[in-house]
Design a protein around this ligand. Structure first.
Ligand code: B12
Length: 268
């Protein structure tokens, strides 16, 4: 049984700088053995520094130490890329640095993906996910897709810049329980609404539960466009997706009771 370490950490972007600089003092991974803490720190910093080769080299020792792929993704990898986001926002990093860190995330995720799929023991539902048209950001979407796989969903990933018609074709072909839209730009988040309108126009709305996410997205936005749920991160996405196919499986996509029940999970 692979080691699962508590990764439900507060990623307050404003506090992250102090937190990263005093990382050993804050002891983020308090329930991890010391050897694993060191491996986590190295992985986190290699992503921040965009050290592509070293990042991939660090995955093996972490796995050999017994850490699960899921813990690595939701833990040190998520913290590392969040710090990159903070540096970009603060003009400490520019696009080349961000692209190096993104490359590290992609390489690490592609090593971990087969392990996540292999470890899957149940099939609880089907999820179609994609980054919305015009948007090329896919790190967060990939993390959500992998966490959903790890939780027992079969995931059909439509990739980046996905036009509404591709979502519709995938719904017709795969009959998913869940459809997920990712948007990272204020200029593309509107396409979440447009894609949802297209799903409604095709008469498919009540057959799917629609989850939305991405940095500029919020609960207010999800309410405005009529999505079933906003998910702030991959762990919340998994919890809400599971609720959609288990506790609330009899509620149709678009039902106000479903949206209310999923919002209530945020304060539970
Ligand atoms: C990495 C990055 C890039 C990389 C993308 C690499 C890749 N393959 O993804 C590169 C360098 C290519 C890039 C390009 C650009 N970027 Co950029 N980028 C970022 C950065 C630094 C990090 C994003 C990221 O990966 N975060 C880490 C992941 C794990 O977090 P996340 O995406 O939020 O995902 C989590 C949740 O949101 C949620 N979630 C996400 N998707 C979904 C989907 C579903 C269904 C659910 C349920 C949940 C969910 O779960 C995820 C996991 O926990 C952000 C800064 C930021 N703070 O977000 C800027 C940022 C998004 N980029 C920005 C900009 C402006 C751009 C460019 C326009 C820059 C340019 N001048 O060219 C281009 C746009 C290209 C395009 N057309 O899409 C701005 C957007 C500002 C705005 N208001 O719109 C940001 C916010 C930076 C900033 N502060 O200015 N970028």
């Amino acid at each position: 049984m692979a080691l699962e370490i508590e990764t439900d950490i507060e990623l307050d972007i404003e506090d992250l700088k102090d937190d990263i600089e005093t990382t050993r003092k804050t002891d983020r991974w308090s329930d991890a053995p010391s050897q694993i803490k060191e491996l986590f720190h190295q992985l986190e910093w290699n992503i921040i520094d965009g050290e592509f080769m070293d990042t991939t080299d660090l995955i093996g020792p972490n796995l050999e130490a017994g850490v699960s792929a899921r813990t690595l993704i939701a833990g040190p990898m998520a913290v590392g890329i969040a710090e990159v986001g903070r540096r970009f926002k603060a003009d400490e990093y520019f696009l080349p640095e961000v692209m190096m860190s993104a490359k590290c995330m992609h390489a690490a995720l592609s090593i971990l993906k087969p392990l996540i799929i292999e470890a899957k023991t149940e099939d609880i539902g089907l999820c179609v996910i994609g980054t919305i048209q015009g948007d090329l950001h896919d790190i967060g979407k990939n993390i959500v897709a992998m966490m959903m796989e790890a939780a027992g969903f079969t995931v059909i990933d439509l990739g980046v810049s996905t036009p509404p018609e591709d979502f519709i074709a995938a719904i017709r072909e795969h009959n998913p329980d869940i459809v997920g839209f990712s948007a990272l730009l204020t200029t593309t988040m509107n396409m979440q609404g447009e894609t949802l309108k297209a799903i409604v126009a095709e008469g498919l709305r009540d057959t799917v539960k629609v989850l939305v996410g991405g940095a500029p997205v919020s609960q207010t936005w999800a309410d405005k466009i009529g999505a079933d749920a906003y998910c702030a991160d991959a762990l919340i996405a998994v919890e809400k997706a599971k609720a959609c196919v288990q506790t609330h499986k009899d509620l149709a996509g678009g039902a106000p009771e479903l949206a209310a029940a999923l919002v209530a999970m945020d304060s539970a």
